[in-house]
Design a protein around this ligand. Structure first.
Ligand SMILES: [Zn+2]
Length: 336
């Protein structure tokens, strides 16, 4: 892997890296989310703060009219909104988290446009091999055929005061990678080298392009994740997948190759559900915050690593890719 990706060249170095696939998928008979279990199982609600390190762009699918939005250009792709306020849908956060958990645990392969014969895997790795009684880590946590997800992601919203402000930002349109013609990138023999993640870095703008509406770097948003019946190792994998060990700067939303969407996540509190009355938070005394919350996070991530549920090689590879550079690493403004 060439790390000098900020070098000036005619075609810019690739703004992404690959986490190698684990050697095997590990499937187990795991519990579902139909009722809250006691014992070692963990259920509760985790409040998250998400801070934008670069601008965020999640398209609403509709356009702002220049006059209404007091813009100098006629139409602009608008930011996704909930109740009229810019927000990030929980499905975006879930997608980000699942792709990290899939990459760093012995999980099956999902969500790719690649033709199956191009993947360096046997059919036992494909998603359709997972069932509720025989599920890989990612399918046990996030759901698969016949199994509802054991985690539910709420929308990420800004605090009501002060009101959140969007700005306009322009970048070159993206081109889709074509796996069948880019074998030098994706590995030999038209096989994928692993799971692809976009590196964070300085944003590459293109002032002449039509702008889109973004939430500027520095914006803070809040949202919660509800979890049911996760084993301690599953909790550790989820917390790592949310970037809560502080080593990852993953990306949310659109414009990832142009370095938009880089975020850092932190936990605000965790309130466990009471197995006897799981509709209520047990009591304020058991809600974890600050130092107690941080050591709880470290403890569960540690359990997942000790159990080889979080895989050291894949964790190290992902950390190298999703490390916010201290230097001037810039995402390519044009072709790469
Ligand atoms: Zn699976």
């Amino acid at each position: 892997m060439n790390n000098n990706w900020s070098d000036e060249r005619e075609v810019a170095p690739k703004p992404f890296g690959f986490v190698p696939f684990p050697s095997a998928v590990k499937r187990e008979n795991t519990v579902g989310q139909d009722k809250v279990l006691s014992g070692d199982y963990v259920s509760g609600r985790l409040l998250l703060q998400v801070e934008a390190r670069t601008h965020l762009f999640v398209a609403s699918g509709s356009y702002l009219l220049g006059e209404d939005a007091q813009l100098e250009v006629p139409v602009v792709a608008g930011f996704y909104r909930v109740g009229g306020v810019p927000a990030i849908p929980g499905s975006s956060l879930k997608g980000m988290t699942r792709s990290i958990v899939e990459a760093v645990t012995p999980s099956c392969v999902t969500a790719t446009n690649a033709r199956r014969e191009e993947l360096p895997i046997d059919t036992s790795r494909a998603r359709d091999g997972c069932r509720p009684g025989n599920a890989c880590p990612a399918c046990s946590i996030f759901g698969c055929m016949g199994r509802l997800s054991k985690v539910r992601f709420g929308d990420l919203r800004p605090p009501s005061e002060p009101p959140v402000k969007t700005i306009l930002w322009s970048f070159k349109p993206l081109h889709n990678p074509r796996p069948s013609t880019t074998s030098q990138v994706y590995g030999n023999q038209r096989q994928f080298a692993g799971r692809k993640f976009y590196r964070p870095g300085k944003m590459a703008g293109a002032p002449d392009e039509t702008p889109v509406e973004v939430l500027p770097a520095g914006t803070k948003l809040f949202g919660s994740v509800r979890l049911w019946n996760l084993t301690p190792a599953e909790v550790g994998a989820l917390l790592f997948g949310l970037g809560l060990d502080g080593t990852l700067t993953p990306k949310l939303g659109g414009g990832k190759p142009r370095c938009l969407g880089a975020v850092t996540l932190s936990a605000v509190w965790f309130a466990p559900f009471n197995p006897r009355n799981w509709t209520r938070i047990r009591n304020l005394g058991s809600t974890l915050k600050e130092h107690a919350l941080q050591s709880w996070i470290e403890q569960y991530i540690g359990i997942a690593r000790t159990n080889q549920y979080l895989l050291d090689e894949q964790v190290a590879a992902l950390r190298e890719i999703l490390r916010m550079p201290t230097g001037d690493a810039v995402c390519p403004a044009d072709l790469y």
